[in-house]
Design a protein around this ligand. Structure first.
Ligand code: HEC
Ligand code: HEC
Ligand code: HEC
Length: 194
């Protein structure tokens, strides 16, 4: 068992060393950056010697230095990495601008969390009255809201992507909440008819 693990590590290490961030973080992490002003300008200026906007490592200095696929050795080091990423803005933007951006992100996330809590509360109430078979679809809607829509919002706020903040973030959370309430209403009507 141990030997198999070592072997895995030996295979994984050189492979990881040659990989760029987006090889492993495709999907919303990559796209939210690509759709941000930073990402758009970086693409336009890709051939230039001096680029104005940061690439992944420009903000994620911690991960750029820590070997993937295990950037973080302890729980604390993930927090340290988070702080470093948040502090990177100051290299290019004024402290006032950065403080405004971070405050706006916190407000946006608080609204998203409010929607998650509302969804969790209506689903928790439904669990007490509906059968497991009826709940399966509703639980999957809740999982999408919590694990995908809320993550997209977080990435949109972290990466200053309007698309991810609004259409894939807040609007998607609103849509998820409506779908959950709609599915619950239908299940209750079905129950009453039976
Ligand atoms: C070989 C694959 C690989 C590469 C290359 C890689 N990562 Fe990761 N990354 C991972 C894995 C696996 C995790 C989660 C495990 C962990 O805690 O390290 C992760 C976690 C992260 C997280 C935290 C995500 C979360 O949901 O908490 C960030 C941020 C991150 N990586 C950024 C980067 C950046 C920026 C780069 C490029 C400088 C990079 N990664 C390169 C595999 C990779
Ligand atoms: C303008 C700075 C900036 C750039 C550029 C940037 N990030 Fe981030 N990213 C952040 C900040 C700030 C956070 C939130 C703090 C954290 O989670 O570390 C974050 C969060 C993340 C997360 C974690 C999201 C979660 O689920 O919690 C991942 C993964 C990630 N970034 C990957 C990338 C990748 C890949 C790139 C390049 C394609 C990139 N970032 C470019 C600033 C940046
Ligand atoms: C390497 C320099 C650099 C770093 C680091 C950087 N930015 Fe930027 N950022 C820029 C440039 C350049 C622009 C484009 C300015 C312009 O022409 O509007 C920009 C644009 C933005 C915009 C879009 C403004 C608009 O008009 O739409 C936001 C928001 C932003 N940055 C926030 C941040 C935050 C928050 C961080 C840290 C997590 C950060 N930036 C890190 C250089 C940087």
């Amino acid at each position: 068992m141990r030997r198999a693990l070592w072997l895995l590590l030996l295979i994984a290490l050189p492979a990881a060393a040659g990989k760029s961030c987006v090889d492993c973080h495709a999907g919303s992490a990559e796209r939210s950056y690509a759709l941000s002003k930073h990402g758009v300008i970086a693409r336009i200026e890709a051939g230039r010697e001096r680029r104005r906007t940061p690439d992944c490592g420009g903000c994620h200095g911690y991960e750029a230095k820590a070997p993937a696929p295990q950037h973080y050795v302890t729980k604390n080091s993930r927090n340290e990495a988070r702080e470093q990423a948040g502090a990177a803005c100051g290299a290019c933007h004024s402290p006032r601008y950065v403080a405004e951006q971070l405050a706006a992100a916190q407000r946006g996330l608080a609204i998203g969390e409010m929607k998650r809590r509302e969804a969790e509360a209506v689903v928790a109430a439904a669990r007490k009255e509906l059968k497991d078979a009826e709940m399966a679809h509703i639980e999957s809607l809740l999982a999408t809201l919590r694990d995908e829509n809320l993550r997209d919002l977080r990435l949109g706020l972290a990466h200053q992507s309007p698309d991810y903040q609004w259409w894939l973030g807040q609007a998607a959370l609103d849509g998820g909440l409506l779908r959950i309430k709609g599915a619950l209403g239908e299940a209750r009507r079905r129950d009453r008819r039976q």
